[in-house]
Design a protein around this ligand. Structure first.
Ligand SMILES: CC(C)(COP(=O)(O)OP(=O)(O)OC[C@H]1O[C@@H](n2cnc3c(N)ncnc32)[C@H](O)[C@@H]1OP(=O)(O)O)[C@@H](O)C(=O)NCCC(=O)NCCS
Length: 196
């Protein structure tokens, strides 16, 4: 892994810091994903609610001006959470043997870097810091399938770090796009850790 990009520092955000900088964080998200600005207001209550979930943790990348250029966050997955139940539904319908992934995992909910800061290894640094010291058995995430606009960078990062397929072509309720669910056993520090 390369050194952290120059003039960018990674810090852990507390829930209070996230709440204080929520609009800025959501602007990073909509810019990175190419979503309309209206998504900032729509997503705010959900992101705020996530900070109260068990095991919530967030890592932020700040530039020399203390502006947010990237962030990642997640929490411990559990029955009853919308994402958990959606992945469970998908696995039950296609690969029930894969349900073991839903035991003791950290859900990587968001990972975003502003376009101007991408390609410097920041995404990998954010992800590694988020997962360092994470005591869950595995980490799970969902990302748009490869044939949908601009997901290739995220895919390259996840594959490089050893994420494997858990569920493919999943249609989350309320989203027309097909998604992949990817997973990796923890800890991340041992790239040869067996995947099953
Ligand atoms: C996914 C994302 C967080 C990765 O952040 P990053 O700082 O670019 O990550 P990295 O520098 O570690 O590199 C990721 C890969 O994208 C490549 N990449 C990044 N920027 C690039 C660019 N401008 N041109 C070509 N390749 C680029 C990197 O070379 C790397 O590929 P590699 O492993 O083959 O070398 C970032 O691209 C992003 O925010 N994308 C949009 C939002 C998104 O898709 N988030 C994930 C949703 S699940």
């Amino acid at each position: 892994m390369t050194a952290a990009p120059p003039r960018v520092r990674l810090v852990r955000f507390t829930a209070t810091e996230m709440a204080d900088r929520l609009t800025e964080a959501l602007r990073v998200y909509v810019t990175a994903m190419g979503y309309p600005r209206s998504a900032v207001r729509q997503r705010a209550p959900l992101w705020r609610e996530h900070t109260h979930r068990l095991g919530w943790r967030c890592v932020a990348a700040l530039d020399a001006d203390d502006s947010l250029v990237g962030l990642g966050y997640g929490y411990v997955g559990a029955r009853g959470q919308w994402w958990h139940e959606e992945v469970r539904r998908g696995l039950l319908g296609t690969d029930p043997a894969g349900l073991h992934w839903l035991t003791d995992y950290f859900e990587l909910t968001e990972l975003h870097v502003l376009p101007r800061a991408q390609g410097n290894g920041l995404g990998e640094h954010l992800l590694r810091m988020l997962l360092t010291g994470n005591e869950r058995r595995s980490v799970l995430l969902s990302t748009p399938e490869l044939d949908v606009a601009n997901p290739a960078r995220a895919w390259r990062l996840y594959r490089r770090l050893g994420f494997v397929d858990v569920l493919r072509q999943h249609r989350f309720i309320g989203d027309a796009r097909p998604f992949a669910v990817l997973g990796r056993r923890l800890p991340l520090a041992t790239p040869d850790t067996r995947q099953d």
